[in-house]
Design a protein around this ligand. Structure first.
Ligand code: ADP
Ligand code: ADP
Ligand code: MG
Length: 648
């Protein structure tokens, strides 16, 4: 069979892997920024869809179907995100006489609306969160909220990925929550409808993996804990969910089967629940009619390959033939989503090129990236998943800690330091987390840069001392031929310095002279060869290059443009909104421009009183890092600067 994978990144590669193992051939598709991406190379063949814009590439049903026709594909796997939960796409695939490797379109339809899904759950006897979805009239929604009781959650009916969700803790907040949730939902899902629900104040997010076939076969593969979330997006997941009363666990698994049965589910999917940590009650949240990002933790504890099951049941095989007779949940597994974002800096998206990558042995690494990969603003920030298993929870968590200590990702800041911190947090080690945990944690604790940099530098110095103590130890050195170097009578190490790589920072000198060896900081040190070393301190990667001291004073990174008199883009992005007009006077916190990168909106705000001079961009413009967006007349009081803030 020839399978077209209508996706990109790690999930495209993951599907390709299983497809090839099963003897199928594959077709990758790509938007221009992905022309050199690993998934394009790894598939049997690849088809260009179009430019970066999603509507002209990964979200273009026409182009995907054309690619399938052109290559003679027999089947389509949608991955997750993009068109995976788009019933119209599933139908178009089926109408084109292709096999849809996913659930039947009707099930996608029924579960795609949270309003309808709640009704299905209620009919199936699955507990739902007290809520209201009978009307979109603001007054009726408000009355329902009053009756349910505060706090209330307003949620997009067509929502996904945590978008279009707002809390209202009292009647006075309801109106703002309603309009924000609704407009975000309209923007993201082209559907402004919402539901109101009781906000569970100590919620755990626990979900159950289900699989079904075309013959009525159905099974559940146990629970996953996904309560470590930031802004309703999962960060760290595990299987099985820890610390669950046996009654709750059984209830969850039965409810998942009931739900899947109610829609005649016939592929891999996930039923999500909220568990009230105070009472142990569980409530249906939604059903995701696709393969999920965190499916590998279930694969590790069950030994099944969920993509294999999806492919085989799509080809009409019986589920029973795809599952082992002795199916059981054994051991424990964790998945850390590695995102290109700076957790210590309000999760600002990070762009750039991966300059180095060292993945620890003995882990599952499902990644979009390799050395040289460019992290662009066009796609979401998840660049890899680090998945580890163990015989029990403690062992698996220790393995994750070790893996994070060894993982090296150079060139782009990632959230690995957040994960490194998480694995030691009491909430995680005890397995007692609610979805509020991360949002309520002050993550400035991660921002101990000076100490971290010092530790990395000391580790690098130690590396120089132990492996490159003498000039002879620097093999085939390009500067060795320099007369000033070879003729020198002073100890050769005095001529060496360390230059930090992979940052925009000015080069700095690290003395590797004859002072006493620094004490060893808690760091993993990896000799990369070529006189380069990578150091992992607390999940963050630092890379250094051994260079002649004379080279340490190379020109420093360019001064950042536009300080004071101009608003500049903090990273490459697309302009989403322009609020500043020439002549406008702005106050601190007024939003000047909103830019979009990696599916997040960032408001760039004024920090003081000023008057707008020129507006140099318009909605839809692509802007480069440091590009001037708006200029100001001389500010009268505080200097002008900018603030990027994630809005969604
Ligand atoms: P999971 O429960 O598998 O983590 P998420 O809801 O986080 O699922 O979404 C998985 C992926 O799909 C993420 O990359 C997310 O950005 C993307 N995604 C989710 N919903 C949508 C949507 N409606 N449109 C486009 N992308 C989406
Ligand atoms: P999405 O489609 O965006 O994934 P969900 O309905 O799955 O939306 O909700 C996303 C997250 O929001 C959940 O994982 C949970 O953390 C939180 N959440 C949703 N509903 C409630 C609720 N009623 N009370 C408390 N938290 C909730
Ligand atoms: Mg969800």
């Amino acid at each position: 069979m020839k399978i077209l994978i209508a996706n990109r990144g790690e999930i495209a590669r993951r599907v390709i892997r299983t497809a090839h193992r099963l003897g199928h051939t594959t077709v990758a598709v790509f938007g221009d920024p992905d022309a050199n991406a690993p998934h394009v190379r790894e598939a049997s063949e690849a088809v260009r869809l179009g430019p970066a814009a999603l509507a002209e590439s990964y979200l273009s049903v026409d182009r995907l179907l054309a690619a399938a026709a052109e290559t003679g594909a027999d089947a389509v796997h949608p991955g997750y995100g993009f068109l995976s939960e788009n019933a119209a796409f599933a139908r178009a695939v089926i109408d084109a006489d292709l096999i849809w490797i996913g659930p039947k379109p009707d099930a996608i339809d029924h579960m795609g609306s949270k309003i309808e899904a709640r009704a299905v759950a209620a009919t199936a006897g699955v507990p739902i969160i007290p809520g209201f979805s009978d009307s979109q009239d603001p007054a009726e929604l408000m009355a329902a909220a009053e009756q349910i009781g505060w706090p209330i959650l307003v949620k997009a009916a067509s929502g996904g990925g945590g978008k279009g969700i707002r809390i209202a803790t009292s009647a006075s907040e309801f109106h703002a929550a309603l309009s924000e949730a609704s407009s975000e939902a309209q923007r993201s899902f082209d559907d402004g409808d919402v539901i109101v629900e009781r906000y569970i104040t100590e919620p755990r997010h626990i979900e159950v993996q289900v699989v079904g076939d075309h013959h009525g076969g159905l099974a559940e593969l146990g629970t996953r804990e996904c309560s470590v979330q930031r802004r309703y997006q999962k960060v760290l997941e595990e299987a099985p969910a820890p610390n669950l009363p046996e009654l709750t666990r059984r209830g969850l698994r039965q409810s998942a089967l009931d739900m899947a049965g109610a829609v005649g589910y016939d592929s891999a999917g996930t039923v999500e629940f909220i568990v009230d940590d105070k009472t142990g009650e569980h409530f249906f949240l939604e059903m995701n009619t696709r393969l999920q990002v965190e499916h590998p933790v279930t694969e590790l504890v069950t030994g099944v390959d969920l993509v294999e099951i999806m492919i085989r049941v799509a080809a009409d095989e019986q589920l029973a033939a795809c599952l082992p007779d002795d199916l059981a949940i054994t051991g424990h597994a964790f998945e850390a989503r590695i995102n290109a974002e700076d957790a210590a800096n309000n999760f600002a998206p990070q762009l750039g090129q991966i300059s180095m990558l060292q993945v620890p042995a003995g882990v599952r690494w499902d990644a979009a990236i390799e050395v040289g990969s460019e992290i662009t603003p066009h796609y979401d920030p998840m660049i890899a998943k680090l998945i580890v298993g163990g015989s029990d929870r403690e062992t698996a968590l220790a393995a994750l800690r070790t893996a994070l200590d060894q993982l090296l990702i150079g060139g782009v800041v990632t959230n690995a330091p957040l994960h490194r911190w998480l694995v030691d947090a009491t909430e995680i080690t005890s397995g007692r987390v609610t979805t509020r945990f991360l949002d309520e944690t002050d993550l400035s604790i991660l921002d101990d840069q000076t100490r971290t940099v010092t530790a990395a530098q000391q580790a690098a110095e130690l590396w120089v001392r132990t492996t490159h103590a003498a000039a002879q130890d620097v093999p085939a050195s390009p500067w060795r031929a320099r007369p000033t170097f070879t003729l020198s009578r002073r100890p050769p190490t005095e001529h060496l310095g360390l230059r930090r790589l992979g940052t925009n920072e000015a080069a700095f000198e690290a003395s590797v002279g004859s002072h006493p060896a620094p004490s060893v900081p808690p760091a993993a040190v990896v000799d990369l060869g070529n006189r380069r070393v990578a150091i992992n301190v607390n999940g963050e990667t630092f890379a250094y290059e051994l260079v002649p001291r004379s080279e340490l004073w190379a020109p420093s990174a360019a001064d950042r443009a536009g300080t004071g008199q101009a608003l500049t883009a903090p990273f490459p992005a697309v302009v989403a909104e322009v609020h500043a007009q020439p002549g406008d006077s702005m106050q601190a916190d007024d939003v000047l421009v909103v830019i979009e990168a990696m599916k997040m909106l960032h408001s760039l705000k004024a920090t003081g009183t000023t008057t707008v001079d020129e507006v140099r961009v318009a909605v839809g413009d692509q802007v480069a890092s440091d590009q001037i967006l708006v200029t100001f007349l001389t500010p009268t009081d505080s200097p002008q600067s900018t603030e990027a803030k994630a809005e969604t």
